[in-house]
Design a protein around this ligand. Structure first.
Ligand code: SAM
Length: 272
């Protein structure tokens, strides 16, 4: 394992049991648009890459498909298997899929690509295991310019964090710069770039307090948590207070409703 994959692997082992209570209320809101963009329908075979606790697999099963979930974290696979015992989940690396060519009608990856050392390799693997005419659908977080949540975190980090810390180098935080860069990367993986659907989708993430966001990133995240773990107490306090101040304007009744955006992308493998 390269150092970034190892860092992510240890990170997900640490936070797997917190994922459902902290992040699922955010990531699950993107599943219906993801399944729609990839035109998932009854009878299809589905691979859910970076499945975590298995929500995409479960939603795809509800549409009458035959899903299989894959994640490199044994802790996540154990949780998924417990939550959805009727679905098959297995351990494996998104960048080296343990399936033969042309096995699936759809490959889906909800917020998995940003965690990979080599996302382009994962796209090429998705292409390989798709049947001709199949589709690859995935989501990635939108950058601060498009997503108020990302801006809250990014502004606080840029203003107060020491970025010169010992973290294994990974892919860019928001992967490719925009629609055209995504299209070109998907074409390099073999996909038909002209078929690409690329949508910005925004949800509201409801959190119970202004402090919740900092605690979530620090205790239940992986990459940002790694950066936060390497800050001095003073810097950490400054980051926390900047995040809390930026969250407060989103107060609504007893909660905070923060807009969070992601790109929902799907692309086809030509059937010729
Ligand atoms: C942000 S979570 C997404 C979970 C889920 N798909 C969802 O919709 O909420 C990212 C998941 O990708 C998994 N992951 C990270 N790197 C991976 C890799 N190289 N191969 C397979 N899974 C990986 C993590 O273990 C984690 O479960």
């Amino acid at each position: 394992m390269d150092s970034f994959t190892q860092f992510e692997h240890q990170g997900w082992a640490r936070v797997a049991d917190k994922y459902d209570s902290v992040w699922s209320s955010s990531t699950c809101q993107f599943i219906p648009p993801l399944l729609d963009a990839a035109e998932v329908s009854a009878g299809m075979s589905i691979l859910d890459v970076g499945c975590g606790p298995g929500y995409v697999s479960a939603a795809a099963a509800e549409r009458g498909t035959k899903p299989a979930g894959l994640d490199f974290s044994e802790e996540m696979i154990a949780i998924a298997q417990k939550m959805f015992p009727h679905i098959q989940f297995r351990e494996g690396d998104a960048q080296n899929l343990p399936f033969i060519d042309a096995s699936f009608d759809r490959v889906l990856a909800n917020f998995a690509l940003l965690h990979l050392a080599d996302p382009e390799r994962a796209c090429a693997e998705a292409f390989r295991v798709l049947k001709p005419g199949g589709k690859f659908g995935f989501t990635v977080w939108a950058p601060p310019s498009e997503s108020p949540y990302a801006k809250i975190i990014d502004d606080a980090i840029q203003a107060h964090a020491n970025l010169d810390v010992d973290l294994p180098p990974g892919p860019p935080h928001y992967l490719f710069a925009g629609r055209e860069e995504f299209r070109q990367a998907l074409e390099r993986a073999g996909f038909d770039g002209a078929s690409m659907i690329f949508k910005l989708h925004t949800i509201e993430w409801n959190v119970p307090s202004a402090r919740y966001v900092f605690d979530a990133e620090r205790n239940a995240g992986v990459r940002t948590a790694g950066l936060l773990a390497r800050q001095t107490p003073e810097k950490l306090r400054a980051i926390q207070s900047a995040i809390e101040n930026a969250v407060r304007p989103y107060a609504k009744n007893t909660e905070f409703k923060i807009p969070k955006s992601a790109y929902v992308i799907s692309v086809s493998k030509s059937d010729v």
